[in-house]
Design a protein around this ligand. Sequence first.
Ligand code: F6P
Ligand code: MG
Length: 451
Amino acid sequence: MAADKCVHGVPPSLSAKVVGSFAYLTIRDRLPTILTKVVDTIHRNKNKFFEEYGEEGIQAEKQTIGLLSKLRNELQTDKPVLALTDSLQDAESWNQYLQRHQGPQGDQDSVSWFQSPWLYVECYMYRRIQEALWLNPPISDYDVFNEAKTQSYFESQQAVMALCTYLGGVNKSKEELSKNQLLDTFNKLLKVSLWGNKCDLSISAGQKNSQKTSPLDSLSSLQPFILVDDSNLVWLTLISAQSQGLSGKITAGRVDIVLDNAGFELVSDLVLADFLISSGLVREVHFHGKCFPWFVSDVTANDFQWTIRQTMAANHMWMSKSGVRWQSYVKEGVWSYHDHPFWTQPHEFSDMAADAPDLYATLQGADLVLFKGDLNYRKLTGDRDWDHTAGFDTALRGFTPAPLCSLRTLKANVQVGLQPGQGEKLTSQEPDWMTSGKYAVIQFHSPKSEQ
Ligand code: F6P
Ligand code: MG
């Protein structure tokens, strides 16, 4: 499935076939651990299924666990990847993708857990978890990662309070903010949203991961760990999206945020989005989330609504005020939540124009698209073995629906757009710099720079 050499200048996909690589360790160690936790969670909820669905719930629990144990065995013994058997909307496109990547004779053996692109098989595992649930109707909609996501939100309460209090202060004085103060606040909240990405649950195989202290206090000490900081280009893009009508009234642009994780990261994204709206920098924010539970902590529609409701109901003035405002943005359509099956498919984003033209067209309507997190970065760059000095534009391979920016802490070994020697220096000092979550990038690209 994966080529081992560059084909037409495009490097090979990362894969577990490189023994000892991060992809290899993920497939060998972390994914089976995640599957074991999923099985445990379903088993622990046996009584709940019985209360809700009676004997049928118990049968569904048993059968789902059976399917998941089989999946773990297939993974651990490097079995061929199987076509999906449920009849959900996206099953056909998954199966077509699988066929496209099989050998010329449709030879199943050519697509397997340890031999094929890491991006594909890791995404496939989450889709198979969903298949196991969907094949067992009474518990089809059960979110196996819900407990971990809500726990991560509650454990970050101190940080959430600090952030909402800061936002309250900014909103109170927003009329008096000079352009420099606006820029300063924007920079702070953009970086809080960036570092919020440290708090995902899949890197730690579902272990606790939350933000305990105020993220605002740590920003300056974290600055040296931002390897590429294009925040000024993001700001300029927002400013240039504003236009003045004949009446002198300023109309601002639309920002799309392709969300990553629930818990503290989502709050940090909502706070940024709130500031963009309340400051008048932006007219509308479109959030893009996942259609089903994904990579342990990713945001679904349910997580999005739950987080707003929970923040509204908090026993803390600034938190509840923030939650109430967020709810009203949603009601008024200033904020909107969207999902699309493409986000839970294994494709590189360079395939989007061909494979999900409707989504590509949607993103073209934005003045700026923020891509949160590591998995989105892997998909932006195709999860390939790029040289660190390759340009971000080169790695995007034509994916330029609108000016875009990746806000990502590094948790997988792909990184482009560095200065000559920068990657080598980091490797000699800290061999795990690309996977520890300690470093980050704010990496921007605009289609205009191609003209
Ligand atoms: O390897 C860690 C991992 O599972 C990666 O596959 C993935 O890129 C990352 O965790 C998820 O991180 P994020 O939530 O930032 O996308
Ligand atoms: Mg994630």
